[in-house]
Write a protein that binds this ligand. Structure first.
Ligand code: ZN
Length: 481
């Protein structure tokens, strides 16, 4: 990552002190508000009760009003049609996306506008038995607040709310900075109405700087600016060899079952070192911080003797190279295994796409590879494809410089520019709809957060520092000449 723009100057010390005091003094309220949000089980998946997502949207709208930054009529709950449905079809509940909260304060006197993004929906809690405390009962243990969504992304929501409260306390009605608060309600369910929402609300959403508070930090003491995201492609792969099952003792050795060609085909996706071996999948080239294979083994809980896979710098493998994982298979269970040749086998394949390559190009490359490598003439079907683009943040703009300074002042440590192996496909949608806007991907997570997993938690020191940084950033944007 290159550093082309000039570093910005330090924040005025008196202003800095006042902002820090505001944030610190409000912290108990912020944590109480976060806890109240965590109590709402706002799982956005279609198989869960949508009333909970509505309740969390209402709660976030109330929080937005409480900041004092927005007029009473300028905080709205919005639902948009799910992508692919026509406007006519979008009149019934089933075809609308989950409710988002949108609050707008127009800019004045030539000041910039900032859009603050987070999401108020959460992942399902999974197996209750794996939680040390109930997932929707926020519980403080040590420095961390435990609960589903305590970090991803209700702490992101509260970072925006607490920062806006602090900014309002500091600037009052003299605030000339334009603010768009956009808190989505279905990020964890594929942001299905996101693009419709962007198109319909475009005039309200236009911003010079977009802050996406839904990512990670380097550690609990060192912040990150996320500068790249991998894209993703998933699909269902089915191989069929026989019209029906038959006795493996009678026909085995001559008639091919579907399992062996599936195993061989999946094995062809990687070379002997475990690097992806698919022509047409690209990698991105950039320097990465050092991480040893021994550190990786600890972080990812490798068993003793198990070797990491892939080539090159450890972090480049996770941030900048493609990866392919088989995340599920439809086969008989071991308990139900009988002596038959299986006629058909299906697998769910998940491809992480290097930043810089379009997800649809990656999908075509993998599809071509599979068709060229399928053994024994097995019939190959690919269905349920889904693709989301990765993203490379342009780090040369003034907003990134402002964010670096604000993070250094808010955390007391320089930010690390880091890639993320995961995907936030809506970031590329945002960039496509608002090509002029500078996008900052920040966050409140740390390596121990366990987002999406049992015992998710938010480190409260990180929350404090993230709010301080964002408050300082907003103040710098508000006073930018
Ligand atoms: Zn999230």
């Amino acid at each position: 990552m290159t550093d082309t723009a000039q570093p910005s100057s330090a924040t005025d010390p008196a202003l800095l002190d006042a902002l820090r005091e505001q944030v610190q003094g409000a912290l108990p309220t912020t944590i109480a508000d976060l806890s109240a949000l965590v109590r709402i089980p706002s799982v956005s998946w279609s198989s869960f009760d949508p009333a909970n997502v509505r309740a969390s949207a209402e709660a976030v709208a109330d929080l937005a009003r409480s900041t004092g930054v927005f007029g009473a009529d300028d905080v709205r709950i919005v639902r948009s049609a799910v992508e692919g449905d026509t406007a006519d079809a979008a009149t019934s509940d089933a075809e609308l996306g989950q409710p988002a909260v949108l609050a707008v304060r127009p800019a004045r006197n030539g000041k910039p506008t900032v859009m603050l993004y987070a999401h108020h929906d959460v992942q399902p809690q999974g197996d209750d038995a794996l939680w040390e405390t109930p997932p929707f009962e926020p519980t403080l243990r040590g420095d961390r607040l435990y609960g589903r969504g305590a970090s991803d992304d209700k702490a992101g929501v509260m970072t925006h709310i607490a920062s806006l409260r602090a900014i309002h306390a500091q600037f009052g009605d003299d605030l000339d900075l334009g603010v768009v608060l956009f808190v989505e309600g279905e990020e964890e369910f594929g942001s299905r109405s996101f693009r419709t929402f962007l198109r319909e609300q475009k005039e309200h959403l236009a911003a010079d700087v977009i802050v996406v508070a839904d990512s990670d930090n380097w550690s609990v003491d060192v912040p990150s600016i996320t500068v790249s995201l991998r894209g993703n492609v998933t699909f269902k792969l089915t191989l069929t060899t026989l019209e029906h099952a038959s006795h493996s003792g009678m026909f085995g050795g001559a008639a091919p079952d579907a399992m062996i060609p599936m195993v061989r085909l999946l094995a062809s996706l990687h070379d002997d070192e475990g690097s992806v071996a698919v022509d047409g999948l690209t990698s991105y080239e950039a320097d990465v911080p050092e991480r040893t294979e021994a550190e990786l083994a600890v972080d990812a809980a490798l068993l003793p003797g198990v070797q990491p896979v892939g080539r090159g710098d450890v972090l480049s493998r996770m941030w900048f190279q493609p990866s392919i994982t088989v995340t599920g298979m439809d086969v008989p269970s071991v308990a139900n295994a009988s002596n038959t040749l299986l006629p058909t086998v299906s697998a769910r394949v998940s491809v992480r796409v290097a930043p810089g390559q379009a997800a649809t190009d990656a999908y075509r490359a993998v599809e071509r590879h599979l068709r060229e490598h399928v053994p024994f003439g097995a019939r190959l079907d690919i269905s349920e494809p889904d693709a989301g683009d990765g993203f490379l943040v342009d780090t040369s703009g003034w907003a990134v410089q402002e964010a670096r300074t604000a993070m250094a002042e808010g955390w007391g440590a320089q930010a690390v520019e880091q890639g993320i192996g995961g995907s936030i496909p809506f970031v590329s949608d945002l960039a496509a709809e608002f090509p002029e806007a500078q996008i900052l991907v920040t966050g409140v997570e740390d390596p121990d957060t366990r987002a999406h997993s049992p015992n998710e938690s938010q480190h409260l020191g990180v929350l404090h520092r993230a709010i301080a940084s964002e408050t300082i950033l907003l103040a710098r944007l508000a006073t930018r000449s």
